[in-house]
Design a protein around this ligand. Structure first.
Ligand code: GH3
Ligand code: MG
Ligand code: MG
Ligand code: MG
Length: 320
């Protein structure tokens, strides 16, 4: 029996994503100004600087891949600092990217205007190296805190919606996704169907080969289903050895074809523990198409009744 892999899966990529080097974009229509600032910012640990004298080009770069800090000239031909800050903020969909507005402009109200446009900090020309370095360091640390918090939030979301054994949706997340699809049926008259699946005599697998082998069978079952489904289908583990699939844009006839293919192909799958003979499994599947005015509960009930009938009729079969 291969040891069960530790559940690092879905959150690993999120929490391991590197936060260094920090990318700093410096925009100034006078290239020597930008290069002077770059020399200072580059002294900070783990920082990579990109310099732009063309503001629209810099904006496109920042929107395509948000940097960790923008040092932004206030007076530029074509696209000035205020318009740049506003356009960047609007294009980031809520992502926090600090902007230090750099300007020789001493008019009162300039600072307030820059801040309102989305600047996070402000530096007056001619700037002092120590002050630029300190402000850049502060803003990068703010951005880092933001990224760390965002990673943790994403990881928590994955943990809250994923079944730890199989990596598919847990019961709550499945219900949420399936509810949204059933709502679409009601609102737009599009079809959707539900499969309710339960592994046959699963207790015998546990009793005969042990709980770890049972777990391996559950994982294989989920992998098998995932392979047969589209990215837009929702696959969830409702509990124990009971699974469900919500199929958007699929009527009962289509759902029956898919369920039958799943059932037949699964019967040919073998789970091979290291220290025992291959384990086979079968599954019973109940199918229901969502009615025009039905709630998720209603569809689940009908699919469940069909599943029960499939069990009664001898298992290893699909019923509508
Ligand atoms: P039927 O064909 O009527 O569905 O019979 P069955 O044996 O599959 O159904 P039953 O509901 O009696 O047994 C389900 C078993 O699944 C009992 C429970 O111990 C086991 N089980 C539930 N969750 C897990 C799990 O996470 N891992 C393992 N290995 N077993 C589990
Ligand atoms: Mg300028
Ligand atoms: Mg069962
Ligand atoms: Mg069961």
């Amino acid at each position: 029996m291969t040891a069960q892999a530790p559940f690092t899966g879905p959150t690993a990529g999120i929490l391991d994503a590197p936060l260094v080097p920090a990318k700093v974009v410096i925009v100034d229509d006078m290239l020597p100004n930008a290069l002077l600032a770059a020399a200072v910012v580059e002294r900070l640990d783990g920082v990579e600087v990109e310099v732009f004298e063309d503001a629209p080009e810099a904006l496109a770069r920042c929107r395509a891949a948000p940097p960790d800090l923008v040092l932004l000239d206030y007076v530029m031909p074509g696209l000035d600092g205020i318009a740049f800050a506003r356009a960047l903020r609007d294009g980031l969909d809520g992502e926090f990217v600090p902007i230090i507005m750099v300007t020789g402009e001493s008019r009162s109200g300039t600072l307030a205007e820059a801040m309102a446009a989305g600047a996070t900090d402000f530096l007056r020309k001619p700037w002092d190296e120590t002050e630029l370095e300190a402000r850049a360091r502060n803003m990068l640390s703010l951005r880092r805190s933001y990224l760390e918090l965002r990673q943790k939030t994403q990881a928590l979301h994955v943990l809250a919606t994923t079944d730890p054994l199989t990596g598919i949706l847990n019961r709550r997340a499945f219900s949420e996704a399936a509810t949204a699809e059933v709502d679409r049926v009601r609102r737009y008259g599009r079809p959707a169907s539900l499969l309710m699946m339960d592994i046959d005599f699963f207790k015998r697998i546990n009793d005969g080969w042990g709980h770890a082998a049972g777990d391996a069978v559950l994982r294989t079952f989920a992998d098998h289903c995932r392979k047969h489904l589209r990215d837009t289908d929702h696959l969830g583990r409702l509990g124990g050895e009971e699974f469900a699939v919500l199929l958007p844009e699929t009527d009962a006839a289509g759902a029956l074809v898919l369920a039958e293919r799943l059932r037949a192909d699964l019967a040919a799958v073998r789970v091979t523990p290291d220290d025992g003979p291959p384990i086979a499994m079968t599954v019973s599947i109940g199918v229901a198409e969502a009615g025009a005015a039905e709630t998720l509960d209603g569809v689940l009930r009908r699919a469940d009744a069909a599943l029960y009938a499939a069990k009664q009729a001898g298992r290893d079969r699909v019923l509508l």
